[in-house]
Write a protein that binds this ligand. Structure first.
Ligand SMILES: C[S@@+](CC[C@H](N)C(=O)[O-])C[C@H]1O[C@@H](n2cnc3c(N)ncnc32)[C@H](O)[C@@H]1O
Length: 244
């Protein structure tokens, strides 16, 4: 996947189907916790996508701005009720190229890992820190990569859905040194083969804490979910809150 560009994963094809599947039944809890942390706002979502989180958060009376690389994903957001009211910048969230300061900046659903180098991820933390108000917080939700380092031969093929006229496979290779997962969701049907590639550069929670420190932030909280569940050695994801 040397020729992979992140925008490849979030073009028209993905935008078309992104909201068809409810990937995240915990969206209401996500919005409730973020609303508390926003403390009245304003808030900025990095990688706002189709507005899964930003729109219900804005519906609570909090000003939510967004950044996203994909015009196709943002077009879906715009088409939803309230979608025209959000200020969305098309750009790379590593740079956080927006004016002003925010009480809450957040990046959820593992999307920090869509920045494919450590350098870009550090740049993101540094730029976020510059855009936080004094008491502002940066919230990161991401997986803990434990299951990846336990993969046999650093690869897998998962039968995600097996139907009579359609099969969906998730095919991946893992590079534990580059901390990189190269994945392709392959859909086979009589209409042909469709591919949805995605590459991520993951980081362990401790590395994220160090990136925060480089940006002048420190970790205030770490939970294993949006209901503030305790984070333990067996947690497979975390919700981390950083501030000054
Ligand atoms: C999995 S979706 C998540 C969308 C939304 N945050 C959610 O939780 O439903 C990932 C989003 O990240 C955006 N994205 C990926 N890399 C990006 C980058 N470097 N800068 C800005 N947006 C990016 C994609 O365009 C896509 O909309």
């Amino acid at each position: 996947m040397d020729d992979y560009e992140p925008i490849t994963s979030f073009g028209e094809d993905t935008a078309e189907v992104y909201d068809e599947v409810d990937h995240r039944p915990d969206t209401p809890e996500t919005v409730t916790l973020l609303a508390e942390l926003a403390d009245g706002g304003p808030a900025l979502e990095l990688a706002v996508g189709t507005g899964r989180v930003a729109l219900p958060l804005a519906a609570r009376g909090i000003r939510v701005d967004g950044i996203d690389l994909s015009p196709a994903m943002v077009a879906k957001l715009r088409a939803k009720p309230g979608g025209e009211d959000l200020s969305v910048t098309i750009g790379d969230f590593a740079d956080v190229d927006v004016a002003g300061s925010y009480k809450l900046i957040f990046v959820v659903f593992n999307t920090l890992f869509n920045l494919l180098t450590q350098d870009e991820q550090v740049r993101c933390f540094v730029n976020v820190a510059r855009h936080l108000t004094d008491g502002g917080v940066f919230v990161v939700e991401a997986y803990v990569p434990t299951s990846l380092v336990r993969l046999r031969d650093d690869q897998y093929v998962d039968a995600e859905a097996v139907g009579v006229s359609e099969v969906r496979l998730d095919v991946a290779r893992h590079d534990p040194v580059a901390q990189r997962l190269e994945e392709n969701h392959v859909v086979l049907s009589p209409e042909g083969i469709r591919m949805f590639p995605v590459v991520q550069r993951y980081a362990w929670p401790a590395e994220l804490d160090l990136m925060a420190r480089i940006g002048g932030l420190e970790r205030h909280e770490r939970w294993s979910g949006w209901n503030r569940e305790p984070f333990t050695a067996t947690s497979d994801r975390h919700v981390s809150v950083y501030g000054r």
